[in-house]
Design a protein around this ligand. Structure first.
Ligand code: NAP
Ligand code: F7E
Length: 341
């Protein structure tokens, strides 16, 4: 069976992809960062002790800033497929940490490509490109739409995207860019707007939180389900030729619409709880994203299974379950810190 190497395995997409590949019989190796608190929550259910002979998930400490170690890992593991999902992925944070974002989100990709080139391993490589790269470009956006990045994050992803294309042309590597539009899930990081809203609304419903502070409610995004999008990553690496694809649902909704929908589902009026806080505005934001995934549908045969309404339902239900558990703990005296969100 095949072996895959995933960077960003502890993130939202990494966890769904690891699940997907293990189900297909792959042996999966993942890069994880050393941290003083546990950061493997999203993959703990997949992990078996290394002494168990049936263990097919192996984790390696490392960081995208350290090229020598990435080279050593690829040389040792010799994966058939590499899914490069690791990144400083928060757009707002990229304005606070532009240099770090350039290093990890931009140069991190170059380091892996160089590791492939220098080790000479035969492998296929997936780059997590982003709809943020389209930035101010008018919708709908597809593979041929020129990029107009609006943040250090987007600029770093544009760099990585072009370096992937260059290594394909220059060295004949099997490398693909998946330009994925926003995709969410109950495993989405809690500082991204959809999850921030579903977490807050369900907590408000149970009396665990009073207010929700947000920024730009007018921004529009094409939100799909992360579980569907990781399948597209895999499909890209199963083709005869490497290429770039847009992956999107093809619908756009404003943050305000998402907010109204979530609060309505919980029979709450969002206007009573939501306040605008300037700290969540970005120096430049992306007004509207709407993806055209025709190429992926035609060539990869990719079709999303979860629509926007079902995604909202799934996230609200999962966060309500979480809020109920939290309420039990809260009633027993435990308090969650609400800072840094
Ligand atoms: P995420 O939940 O933020 O996960 C990011 C992953 O990168 C985490 O595993 C994180 O590790 C790891 N990471 C961060 N800095 C690192 C470093 N210096 N060295 C090694 N690993 C590092 O992101 P996601 O939503 O799963 O997205 C996956 C990828 O797709 C990212 O590249 C993102 O930019 C891109 N993307 C996402 C979307 C979307 O809507 N979700 C759309 C388009 C593209 P820790 O757990 O230790 O922090
Ligand atoms: O913001 C607005 C915010 O942070 C969406 C990443 O996965 O998708 C993600 O980037 C919109 C923006 O996602 C808040 O201004 C309002 O217009 O959920 P987000 P994003 O910036 O689109 C792309 C495709 C990626 O590649 C990225 O890695 O919502 N917004 N109020 C807010 N956003 C946040 N985070 N928090 C707020 O309070």
């Amino acid at each position: 069976m095949k072996t895959a190497f995933i960077t960003g395995i502890t993130g939202q997409d990494g966890s769904y992809l690891a699940e997907f590949l293990l189900d297909k019989g792959y042996t999966v190796h993942g890069l994880i960062r050393r941290s003083s608190t546990f950061n493997t929550d999203r993959i703990d259910h997949l992990y078996k002790d290394v002494h168990d002979p049936s263990a097919r998930l192996h984790l390696h400490f490392g960081d995208l800033s350290v090229s020598g170690q990435l080279t050593d890992l690829l040389h040792t593991i010799r994966p058939d497929e590499i899914y490069h999902l690791g990144a400083q992925s928060h757009v707002r944070v990229s304005f606070d940490m532009p240099e770090y974002t350039g290093d990890i989100t931009g140069l991190g990709t170059l380091r892996l490509l160089e590791a492939i080139r220098k080790t000479g391993i035969t492998t296929r490589f997936y780059q997590a490109s982003s709809s943020e790269m389209f930035g101010a470009a008018p919708p709908p956006q597809n593979q041929d739409t020129p990029f107009q990045p609006q943040s250090p994050y987007a600029a770093a992803k544009v760099y990585a995207h072009y370096v992937v294309k260059n290594y394909r042309d220059a060295y004949g590597l099997f490398v693909c860019n998946g330009i994925l539009f926003n995709h969410e899930s109950p495993r989405r990081g809690e500082t991204f707007v959809t999850r921030k809203i579903t977490r807050a609304a369900t907590r408000i419903k149970l009396g665990l939180q009073q207010k929700l502070f947000l920024g730009n409610l007018d921004a529009k995004r094409d939100w799909g389900f992360a579980g569907d999008y990781v399948e597209a990553m895999w499909l890209m690496l199963q083709q005869d030729k490497p290429d770039d694809y847009v992956i999107a649902l093809g619908e756009t909704h404003s943050v305000k619409e998402f907010l109204e929908k979530v609060f309505q589902k919980l029979s709450l009026d969002y206007q009573k709880y939501v306040e605008i806080d300037a700290r969540y505005f970005r120096p430049t934001d992306v007004n509207i994203l709407l993806g055209d995934a025709t190429k992926a549908r035609d060539i990869l045969g990719w079709k999303p299974k979860v629509g926007f309404e079902e995604l909202v339902d799934m996230m609200v239900e999962a966060d309500m379950e979480l809020a109920k558990k939290e309420k039990t703990l809260h009633d027993a005296g435990y308090k969650r810190a609400d800072n840094i969100r």
